[in-house]
Design a protein around this ligand. Structure first.
Ligand code: ADP
Ligand code: MG
Length: 247
């Protein structure tokens, strides 16, 4: 109840950006779980960047986010922090299966997101998976795929490249995204540039249309990104967050 009161008090009105451009807002002023705050503190993340302070309060309020901010502005924490809170507030545990999926255009970027998540999520008990192999080109890669298949039923948060996620959705018997709580599309503009549009559309078909929360981030706001948003964001509670400051 105390947490709910704080959330109510600190949730901005729709359409408002809670930070002035140059004001500094600490993560500790947000209604976050101690596990998340400790993870941030442990890694010396104290104050939010502009895109973080503009989007995290809305995401914590359960809204879908269409966010744009240039490379290096801190988009990773802008989606990982609300993701951890969403699963934490839902009391998500290992046997609940896949609760959140992060899609990233390249293996390298997926690996970076995974590394940040391991660091800031270390005081949570969610199980994490990184799905980004190639398509069974050789024995070693095939074994990697089999290993991923084994671990998926007990994994709460999946960081994936689009092709690999689709491969698991199509071929992994216990891959179950029916209760997915949050879908995150990172670098949506690059996902489209790299020609993953059709795979994305097929991936979206596997997910529940209902109350899933969707966070979509990109460096640029193009027409294609907006179109992807209409395909992937299926609720009316969308918050558009663009940060274009020069610093
Ligand atoms: P983007 O995805 O927008 O390109 P990243 O999430 O990769 O940006 O963050 C860029 C850099 O900024 C990283 O080195 C990250 O550790 C750092 N960073 C992100 N948020 C903060 C913060 N709140 N305080 C300090 N450094 C941060
Ligand atoms: Mg990024």
């Amino acid at each position: 109840a105390a947490l709910n009161a704080r959330i109510a008090a600190e949730t901005p009105e729709r359409g408002t950006v809670p930070s002035l451009k140059n004001s500094v807002i600490a993560f500790s002023s947000l209604p976050l779980s101690n596990n998340t705050l400790r993870g941030l503190e442990f890694n010396a993340y104290t104050n939010m960047t502009a895109i973080q302070s503009a989007s995290i309060p809305h995401a914590l309020a359960g809204r879908d986010i269409l966010g744009a901010a240039k490379t290096g502005s801190g988009k990773t924490l802008a989606f990982l922090v609300p993701m951890l809170e969403k699963l934490y507030r839902a009391g998500w545990s290992t046997q609940d299966g896949v609760g959140a999926i992060v899609l990233s255009p390249t293996r390298e970027l997926a690996g970076q997101i995974f590394a940040v998540l391991r660091k800031i999520g270390k005081f949570h008990s969610f199980t994490l998976g990184l799905l980004m192999g190639g398509r069974n080109k050789n024995r070693r890669e095939h074994n990697e795929f089999l290993q991923e298949q084994q671990s998926i039923p007990n994994t709460n948060i999946l960081i994936c490249t689009p092709g690999r996620l689709l491969q698991h959705l199509e071929q992994t018997p216990y891959m179950n995204a029916d209760s997915l709580q949050m879908l995150i599309l990172d670098e949506a503009d690059r996902i489209l540039d790299m020609g993953f549009r059709d795979q994305l559309v097929r991936i979206l078909d596997y997910f529940p249309a209902g109350e899933r929360q969707t966070l979509l981030y990109s460096a640029t706001q193009t027409k294609d990104v907006k179109h992807l948003a209409t395909l992937s964001i299926n609720r009316k509670k969308v918050e558009y967050v663009g940060v274009h400051d020069k610093d």
